[in-house]
Structures are given as structure tokens and as C-alpha cells.
Design a binder for this molecule. Structure first.
Ligand code: NAP
Ligand code: ZN
Length: 334
């Protein structure tokens, strides 16, 4: 039996139909028949080999929703026919100190769904069942898919860095991650500022929960925001006026990047020291955080705003994401 998928044959190439033979299911593994898969900008980074970790042929896709088709001998928390979601991480050792502390996303032995393994632009996938998550009934599959990577990636830093309801929060970049970040922070009760290079996203940003919108191409606008925010989440991956954003933090404020920029972060030391500001990062989220995020999203009706495309239209869909045209996440359907 072969799995039909779409793979990039080499860096920056169009995806092509691709078949591969799945390995036999291990005792903890499940096979999931994929119904939906979101396209995250990390898939574009992988196709393009921006991070120099890509292995070709590369089947992207790590915002997966599907139905459990087969279970390994040890799996007792999932059943065949059950709807599950799979994100960026496909496994971890589950025995190291970080795993035992509940930080599996930081495990030195973690494996990514589509780095050295074939991902979700496919009809099915085999995966460690302990990295597949039951999806609350209330969330539709197409709107749930982007939560598995985009959703957890923006939810986790708000929780990790203790963002509180009375805080003033900024979100940089209103794309796949950013539009979900606005919805989560609004549900937390924060006063919210959206920072965007796209003036035409203002109405959408307000609809996602922002109280204020700052068009960052207007440089004086960022200066006017000096000393106004407690926490800023960066979801962009291009050049950024880091000093300007740090300057927009209040004393003890934090700026956190989840955007996977290849550029270095240039910040004058006095901007950090004087007001005790800090810079930090965050990567996806742990398993308990993913379950919590899904439950929170269901309770607060948080969902991705999506465009859907058939799996066969994958190249046009990837192109929309690459060009920043998606509003706000493209989800492939089987
Ligand atoms: P996306 O949907 O393409 O959104 C990125 C946003 O960045 C755009 O909507 C745009 O917002 C802004 N932007 C500013 N300048 C841009 C430019 N020159 N080209 C493109 N976009 C520009 O991407 P995403 O899926 O949200 O992913 C964002 C980043 O997070 C990627 O680097 C991805 O790899 C990373 N990521 C990290 C993790 C993690 O665990 N840390 C997980 C998932 C993804 P405006 O129009 O509002 O300016
Ligand atoms: Zn992703």
C-alpha cells in the first residue's frame, strides 16, 4: 500500500505528486486519514530550505485534521474513527528532563512532522499517537486545522510569559499566526494593538479583537506608541525595527518572537536595561498546552479565518501563502 502525497522535489520547486510506502505501525503509533491540512508559513520556509534543514522529496503540512484509521498495540487513549489533530511535532523521547517537566516541545530528541518525515499534504500519515490531539466537537475541521500549529504557537507565549487581563498587548503581523493571536489576547481580556505593514487589514484586525491599529509603514506611528505596551508578540519573519518596538514597551515589558526570522535582532542595550525590558522567544507549545488551547478556543469561539482549496490545487495555494495573499490561512481539503 502506498500513500499519495504532494512533495517538493528540491528547494523552491513546485510540488509534484509523490507516493511513498508507509513504515509498519509501531506500538504507540496511529495512522490518520487526513481530511484537512493548513498551510503555515513554516511550510514555505521548508519548501524553500530557508532553515537549511529540509530533506527532499519534502511533503510539507503540519496543521493536520483527520480520522484515526488504524492504531498500534499500545494505543488506548484514541480509537479508530476518532477525529484528531496533528501539529509541527510528531514525537519526543518523553523521558528526558524537559519532557518530564512537560516541555516536550523543547526535547532535544523531538522530531518534526515534515522534517525528515512526510507531512500532511497527503491522504494519510503515520504518527506517534501521543502527539495526536482530540478536537473539541464544537470546532469545525477546516477551522480547527490552523490551530494545531498557528494557534498553539501564539497561545503558548501568552501563557508562558504570564500575560494578564489588564495588560496592554501588541501583535506584529496580521497573517496566519497574527489573526489568531489577536483573538486569543482579546479573549484573555487584554487591551490590544495590531501592528501591520498592510493598511488594508485595519478593519479585519479590529474584527479579530484589536482595539488599536498601527500601520508600521508610517514610522512616526511607532514612535507615538513609545512606552505603551506590556507584551509584544512578533509573528513576522522579515526585517523589523526592533529598537522601535522595544521602545514601545513599558517598564518590565517583554517582546517575544515566534516569527522565524533569519535576521539578527539589533537592540541598543540601554533600551533593555533602563526600563528592565526583555526579549524572548517561543516555539510551538507542549502537549498539555495544545489540549488547553483547543479547549479554550472552543469555549471562546476562536477559529481561523480560512480559504479552502482542494489538495490538487496545492501549488496555487502555496503561492497565495508565499505572496502574503491568504486571508488569513489556506486550508487544503481531501
Ligand atoms: P503568514 O501567514 O505569511 O503571515 C506573516 C505576516 O507577516 C504577514 O501576514 C504580514 O502581516 C507580515 N509581514 C510583514 N512583512 C512581510 C513580508 N515582507 N512578507 C511577508 N509577510 C510580511 O505567516 P505565518 O504562518 O503567520 O508564520 C509567521 C512566521 O512564524 C513564519 O516565519 C513561521 O515560520 C513562523 N512560525 C513559528 C512557529 C514557532 O513555533 N515559533 C510556529 C509556526 C510558524 P502584515 O501584512 O500585517 O504586516
Ligand atoms: Zn507551522
Amino acid at each position: 500500500m502506498f500513500i499519495n502525497a504532494y512533495a517538493a522535489p528540491a528547494a523552491k520547486k513546485k510540488l509534484e505528486t509523490f507516493q511513498y510506502e508507509p513504515t509498519a505501525l509501531g506500538p504507540w503509533e496511529i495512522e490518520v486519514k487526513i481530511s484537512h491540512c493548513g498551510i503555515c508559513h513554516s511550510d514555505i520556509h521548508l519548501i524553500d530550505d530557508d532553515w537549511r534543514v529540509s530533506v527532499y522529496p519534502l511533503v510539507p503540512g503540519h496543521e493536520i485534521i483527520g480520522e484515526v484509521a488504524e492504531i498500534g498495540s499500545q494505543v488506548n487513549h484514541l480509537q479508530t474513527g476518532q477525529r484528531v489533530g496533528i501539529g509541527w511535532q510528531r514525537s519526543a523521547c518523553l523521558t528526558c528532563e524537559l519532557c518530564l517537566r512537560g516541555h516536550e516541545n523543547l526535547c532535544p530528541h523531538e522530531e518534526a512532522t515534515c522534517v525528515g518525515h512526510h507531512g500532511g499534504f497527503a491522504e494519510s500519515i503515520g504518527i506517534d499517537s501521543r502527539f495526536a490531539f482530540a478536537i473539541p466537537e464544537k470546532i469545525k475541521s477546516d477551522e480547527a486545522a490552523p490551530l494545531l500549529c498557528g494557534g498553539i504557537t501564539v497561545y503558548s507565549p501568552f501563557r508562558l510569559y504570564n500575560v494578564q487581563p489588564a495588560m496592554k498587548v501588541g501583535v506584529i503581523g496580521i497573517g496566519g499566526l497574527g489573526h489568531l493571536a489577536l483573538q486569543f489576547a482579546r479573549a484573555f481580556g487584554c487591551e490590544l494593538t495590531a501592528f501591520s505593514t498592510s493598511a488594508d487589514k485595519e478593519a479585519d484586525a479590529i474584527a479579530f479583537g484589536a482595539h488599536h491599529f498601527i500601520h508600521t509603514k508610517n514610522h512616526s506611528a511607532l514612535k507615538d506608541a513609545a512606552n505603551s505596551l506590556d507584551f509584544i508578540l512578533n509573528t513576522t519573519f522579515t526585517e523589523l525595527d526592533w529598537a522601535g518596538f522595544v521602545n514601545a514597551l513599558r517598564p518590565n515589558g517583554k517582546i517575544c518572537t515566534v516569527g522565524a526570522t533569519a535576521n539578527s535582532i539589533d537592540i541598543p542595550a540601554n533600551l533593555l536595561m533602563g526600563a528592565q525590558r526583555s526579549v524572548c522567544g517561543s516555539v510551538i507549545g507542549s502537549r498539555w498546552m495544545i489540549s488547553e488551547m483547543l479547549e479554550f478556543a472552543a469555549r471562546h469561539d476562536i477559529k481561523a479565518q480560512i480559504e479552502t482549496a482542494q489538495m490538487v490545487e496545492v501549488n496555487q495555494a502555496v503561492d497565495r501563502v508565499r505572496k502574503g495573499k491568504a486571508r488569513y490561512r489556506v486550508v487544503l481539503t481531501n
